[in-house]
Write a protein that binds this ligand. Structure first.
Ligand SMILES: Nc1ncnc2c1ncn2[C@@H]1O[C@H](COP(=O)(O)OP(=O)(O)OP(=O)(O)O)[C@@H](O)[C@H]1O
Ligand SMILES: [Mg+2]
Length: 506
């Protein structure tokens, strides 16, 4: 397709690109052809090679073989600075901001505007940051440090950074994974206006609704190789799934019948001023309770307070009738609560430890005999969960940081499931997980409920909540604003409770 001289040049082309890391072949034959004025979806299972392809475009990695053309001319980027200079901006799957720097400093990192005295022009920087945020329709304080900002806000800062670079090629690697509702719509509006300015965009997502809503063209990858490129108008979800996984995925929400038993967790009037207030609910054995709401509604904060990693001011948490002292996650774990956090890179994983070590991290004391922990024992315990969750890794002792984003998420899930909890809190359990594995994770959650575990599932994906939950709780701005039985939990009812009159101030 690139050989047709009569056609205008493509903005960017990759053909049969190969990339290995030692024995691991991350890309066997990656191809992608981007055109100006178009939004191109790049999809594929966890570990298919999407992020690796993106990192080659960005100059993070250099390809071992294959062609890379920009405006029809061969290019080689030996650094990210070179790709930036060529007008390529990449928003990575995991935000890469400097936590101690301000929002504005992060946006202008490495290329601060100077005033006529040669000094960094802070006023100009701040002004431009404010303008970009206005255009994005978000209100983030440009002067605060980025540490402590939600993932959603961090992503928006990355996007602001790309916009300020005036990039002609903008790649977004799962930018919406941590956003919901209003934020996604806002991002899409920005993406569309960038397309109308004749930029070329790449959009990586595991959410088909978004791909169909936003994109013009789609390229599917499988096992490190290019599969197909189609116009969005000429394909269907079923076709794409088949190309991605090589089979049909029949049941995305395989909910099994479970017997609902005794109350295991009681949360009473939990309050942390400014964050959440008067949160009361119960979880019963065998029950899956969905906690819905917009990003920023305070759901993760409530989960973290229950588990003891965050403080709260008043209220009580009881586990099987006994008060659980606050602020003691170790005790919570011993008593049988597990929390699978939302931000896996920061809270869930030790990136330079091996996969097995990560999976067994929370059960080390149980595994150790006479104070010793044998690698064999560790691998044995880890293997069970790695295979149950289909963690795709070269070896069990491979560094967790080298796994694809979705596979890292599975490792965090495995780590907490290995503790065999009575109460399991999962925060966005399938964020960044591909469609095939999603169904597996759902089946697993359902099986755990069937075994009598009480599950609180925080999710911004409404279909997931409605598909899996026996009961749905809704939070908005730090308060519980709705509770629905499975039968009554319609998308409209839940969304209404989550947003009240739709537009919610951030
Ligand atoms: N630095 C690295 N060292 C070793 N292996 C790596 C490295 N980076 C990626 N890989 C491997 O290459 C494969 C492709 O990973 P990649 O991150 O590109 O997948 P992906 O399609 O982005 O998946 P996801 O949807 O989970 O984000 C995976 O098997 C991964 O473990
Ligand atoms: Mg990826």
């Amino acid at each position: 397709m690139a050989d047709d001289v009569a056609k205008p040049r493509h903005a960017l082309e990759l053909h049969r690109v190969v990339k290995s890391f030692g024995p691991v072949v991350a890309l066997r034959s990656g191809s992608l052809v981007l055109d100006a004025g178009s939004i191109h979806a790049l999809i594929g299972e966890n570990g298919a090679g999407k992020s690796t392809l993106v990192k080659i475009i960005a100059g993070v990695y250099q390809r071992d073989a294959g062609e890379f053309l920009l405006d029809g001319e061969p290019v080689d980027f030996s650094s990210t600075a070179q790709s930036k200079a060529a007008g390529i901006a990449v928003i990575y799957q995991e935000p890469t901001l400097f936590p101690d720097l301000s929002v504005t400093e992060n946006i202008f990192m490495g290329r601060q505007p100077r005033n006529r005295f040669g000094r960094i022009d802070r006023k100009a920087m701040r002004q431009e940051a404010v303008e970009i945020f206005d255009r994005l329709g978000v209100s983030i304080d440009p002067d605060r440090i980025t540490d402590g900002l939600s993932i959603a806000d961090q992503q928006l800062i990355e996007i602001a950074k790309a916009i300020s670079l005036d990039a002609r090629v903008l790649v977004m690697d799962e930018p919406t994974a941590a956003l919901s509702g209003v934020e996604v719509e806002r991002l899409f509006a920005v993406a569309r206006s960038l397309r109308d300015e004749q930029r070329a965009l790449v959009f990586i997502s595991h959410r088909f609704d978004e791909v169909f809503d936003l994109c013009d063209t789609v390229t599917v990858m499988r096992d490190g190789s290019y599969v197909d490129t189609t116009a969005i108008s000429e394909t269907t979800v079923d076709d794409l799934v088949r190309q991605m996984v090589g089979r049909d995925v029949t049941e995305l929400f395989p909910k099994l019948p479970a017997e609902v038993g005794d109350v295991l967790l009681e949360v009473d009037s939990l309050t942390r001023p400014g964050v959440f207030r008067d949160i009361s609910f119960e979880l019963r054995a065998g029950e899956i309770v969905g906690l819905a709401g917009l990003v920023g509604a305070g759901r993760s904060e409530v989960a973290r307070a229950i588990f003891g990693v965050d403080a709260y001011q008043s209220g009580t948490v009881r586990l099987e009738g006994r008060v659980l002292p606050k602020g003691d996650p170790r005790l919570a774990t011993v008593r049988g609560i597990a929390l699978v956090p939302e931000d896996r890179r920061k809270q869930g994983l030790v990136l330079d430890d091996g996969v097995s070590r990560n999976i067994t991290l929370a059960i080390r004391s149980k595994l150790a005999k006479w104070g010793l922990l044998w690698t064999g024992l560790e691998n044995e315990a880890a293997k069970v969960w790695a295979s149950r969750l289909e963690v795709k890794t070269a070896a069990l002792d491979a560094e967790a940081g080298t796994l694809s984003g979705g596979n890292q998420q599975k490792v965090v899930l495995g780590k907490w499931l290995a503790t065999e909890p009575r109460v399991l809190i999962v925060d966005e359990p399938t964020r960044g997980i591909d469609v095939g594995t999603k169904a597996e994770v759902h089946r697993l959650i359902s099986q755990l409920a069937q075994q009598g575990i009480a599950i609180l599932m925080i999710s911004s994906e409404l279909p997931e909540v409605l598909g899996m939950a026996d009961r749905v709780l809704v939070m908005r701005e730090g308060r519980l604003t709705g509770e629905f039985s499975r039968e009554d939990a319609t998308p409209e009812a839940v969304m209404y409770a989550a947003t009240a009159d739709v537009e919610v101030a951030r």
